[in-house]
Design a protein around this ligand. Structure first.
Ligand code: SF4
Length: 266
């Protein structure tokens, strides 16, 4: 026999079904009542800084080319005279870039590598020296100040590096640093001690790293990083993955694609 309270609850539920959820009312934005919404959005998009930048500096580049990461990578801006054509530089930015003008690697004296894709530069305010996008990629002399407690290797990777290019901090996982090249060089990079310091793939220590992974059977997981490993050529990526997957105890290979935000289309 059911408890009297249960009986009573069933009766209440049958008599009073739950109310229906209120139906949402679609209210058009003022000025868009006649379906001009898409057209207005399109017009606004055509006025974005990216579109204006493209119109001014790359009028001949079609959407397909602009959205091709290989084109963006090949057309990176990385010298003082080049950058000055796109944005106005503060006296400090100009001095640092001029002094450091050694191409992508920057000067040996300053070691402030500099590079930025056209897309990412198009997001920066050309006249605002404190624009946050600008501050992520264009060096200033403040980078040369070393404060108390500041370290060249803030993640302490060097201390966990048994051979060049390998960081072995956790028993079954290693970080394999295979390139120092990136699409743009972030001013906040925790690997600025070597990012941009070499062109190419840092191929010279790959074999040592692969040998280390082969010898350490506890390693299941390899994170391929740098720099941005996906800026390597297809042949080099193919070679590297082939060697890693040929190691019987390696179960996972992850690629750290740090430069994705520099290639997003606009
Ligand atoms: S993309 Fe990553 S590795 Fe390259 S400079 Fe920026 S933070 Fe450093």
């Amino acid at each position: 026999m059911k408890h009297p309270l249960a009986q009573e609850r069933i009766v209440v539920e049958n008599d009073e079904p739950p109310p229906l959820a209120p139906q949402p009312q679609i209210v058009p934005f003022p000025g868009h009542e006649n379906g001009e919404y898409a057209e207005n959005v399109q017009n606004q998009l055509s006025q974005t800084p990216v579109k204006q930048f493209r119109k001014q500096f790359y009028p001949e580049i079609d959407n397909h080319t602009w959205n091709d990461w290989k084109w963006q990578f090949a057309n990176r801006i990385h010298t003082y005279p080049e950058i000055g054509k796109y944005i106005s530089l503060s006296a400090d930015e100009a001095a640092v870039l001029q002094e450091g003008d050694g191409g992508e690697q920057g000067s040996q004296q300053l070691h402030l590598p500099f590079s930025v894709t056209p897309y990412y530069l198009s997001l920066a305010d050309p006249d605002n020296f404190e624009d946050p996008i600008r501050r992520t990629v264009i060096p200033t002399s403040r980078e040369l100040i070393s404060s108390a407690g500041e370290q060249q290797d803030p993640l302490g990777e060097h201390d966990d590096s048994p051979v060049p290019g390998i960081v072995h901090r956790y028993p079954d996982r290693v970080l394999f640093l295979v390139t120092s090249s990136c699409a743009a060089y972030c001013r906040y990079c925790t690997r600025s001690r070597f990012a941009g310091g070499h062109t190419g793939s840092m191929r010279f220590h790959w074999e040592t790293g692969l040998e280390y992974i082969r010898e350490h059977k506890e390693i299941r997981d390899v994170i391929v990083s740098g720099g941005d490993p996906l800026t390597l050529t297809d042949d080099l990526i193919d070679y590297l993955l082939g060697r890693l997957f040929a190691v019987p105890h390696v179960e996972m290979v992850l690629a750290d694609k740090s430069s994705a935000s520099f290639f997003l289309r606009g």
